[in-house]
Design a binder for this molecule. Structure first.
Ligand code: FES
Length: 148
């Protein structure tokens, strides 16, 4: 990974105030911020690892755990809740064998819940990677997961 990290960091050589852009780039390339990357970034930027963790943990966008190839987000906001969002979530949990915040053992799927996607008219809503799937049913959710 060190070689890959060196390539990611190279364009930032000699620049200042780059911690967040560097972390964003590393996460974009690796999908998350592994310990080794945090250590390399800290060394590269000239701050301690705990400072890097402190900054990265402040922002919800940064992850320290490897994510699945696909991210499934199931809305649990009010509009989705009253239209069966909970049942959709339970069906996905059963199908994947994981809870929100977890990733399947084969790193195929990560599951998250969201408070509202802003697509309430399409409730209940599930988002697979960047595809918004409205008016979900448990059968459609299972079918979609099987297609992946
Ligand atoms: S409550 Fe689910 S999209 Fe708004």
């Amino acid at each position: 990974m060190t070689e890959q990290l060196s390539q990611i960091l190279a364009p930032y050589h000699g620049q200042k105030g780059i911690l967040i852009p560097v972390l964003q780039k590393v996460q974009e390339e690796l999908g998350y911020l592994p310990e080794e990357a945090v250590s390399e970034v800290a060394h590269f930027v000239g701050v301690s690892e705990s400072e890097v963790y402190g900054v990265a943990s402040f922002y919800a966008q940064f992850r320290f755990e490897r994510q699945g190839e696909h991210t499934i987000k199931v809305c649990q906001g009010t509009a989705c809740h009253v239209r069966g969002g909970r049942r959709i979530l339970e069906a996905v949990e059963r199908e994947l064998g994981i809870q929100p915040g977890e990733t399947t053992e084969d790193y195929k799927f990560s599951l998250e819940t969201v408070a509202c996607f802003g697509s309430c008219a399409l409730a209940p809503v599930m988002v697979v990677d960047k595809t918004v799937c409205g008016r979900m049913t448990t059968a459609r959710a299972r079918k979609m997961l099987a297609e992946y």
